[in-house]
Write a protein that binds this ligand. Structure first.
Ligand code: PEP
Length: 256
């Protein structure tokens, strides 16, 4: 059976326990869409409660430290995420790269640590508007893929097991209401695919590549049916069931 489309909500720094009601509503609806894989990444503080509150939803973190433990005040390791019930972690989001100066090397180290802890990874890449205007978007994104994705034996097993995904998120489309043109998304996903095959061989052809950047109920069907788009990473429109569920419903389910 081919991989299911993967729809992931990134709650960013939003969410207190009152939002568990939204997560439960999303979970109930996800049960009616078994051909779509649905997940939420709440803030660290809500991962445990959300894990307990839902049944079919994947639950993930939005970052992890590359070390297992130690003197890193305020940080959380991948082993800790796994311990509290997380299935996956989003890494290298452009907000982490910008706000915390995260580099490709650091993102790769975190991805390796997450896989070693037994959780899946979604590695984010994407160009700035300046990159796109200068005609270097594909070069920048390809370089981020080459530098950020996990490598080595653990990664090979994880890729084979469907535990590695890449999210292409043009920085200028995140939280702005501006969406990349479908033909540009298709072209960039093909460029990312080529780098994944270069890194992982044939197995790279099966790694899911998600699109992220102002996905909503209106544009989801067009984006999710585009060539090479394996799902969506959704920020603002994942905060309520009303906004998120039409995106889940727009994903073309996998048939048995
Ligand atoms: C994101 O946070 O990854 C994202 C794509 O946000 P938004 O959907 O709000 O643009």
């Amino acid at each position: 059976m081919p991989d299911r489309p993967y729809i992931v909500g990134n709650w960013k720094m939003n969410g207190t326990r009152t939002m568990l009601a939204e997560a439960r509503a999303i979970d109930r609806a996800a049960q009616r869409h078994p051909g779509v894989q649905v997940a939420l990444a709440p803030p660290f503080t809500m991962i445990g409660a959300l894990r307990e509150a839902v049944t079919v939803l994947g639950v993930g973190g939005q970052d992890c430290h590359a070390n297992v433990k130690g003197a890193h005040t305020g940080d959380v390791s991948a082993a800790m995420l796994a311990d509290i019930g997380a299935d996956f972690v989003i890494l290298g989001h452009s907000e982490r790269r910008k706000d915390h100066g995260e580099t490709d090397v650091q993102v790769r180290a975190k991805a390796d640590a997450a896989l070693a802890a037994g959780i899946a990874v979604i590695v984010c890449v994407g160009e700035t508007l300046a990159d796109r205007d200068a005609g270097r978007a594909e070069k920048v994104v390809s370089g981020q893929v080459d530098g950020s994705i996990p490598l080595g034996d653990i990664a090979a097993d994880a890729v084979a097991g469907g535990k590695v995904a890449v999210a292409y998120e043009p920085v200028w489309a995140i939280g702005t209401g501006r969406v990349a043109a479908v033909e540009d998304v298709v072209a960039m996903h093909a460029a990312v695919r080529a780098r994944l095959i270069a890194a992982y061989g044939d197995a790279g052809a099966k790694v899911r590549i998600l699109y992220g950047g102002s996905v909503n109920a209106e544009n989801a069907a067009g984006l999710l049916s585009a060539e090479g788009v394996g799902g969506a990473l959704v920020g603002g429109a994942s905060l309520t069931a009303d906004a998120f569920l039409p995106i889940v419903a727009a994903a073309r389910p996998v048939e048995d």
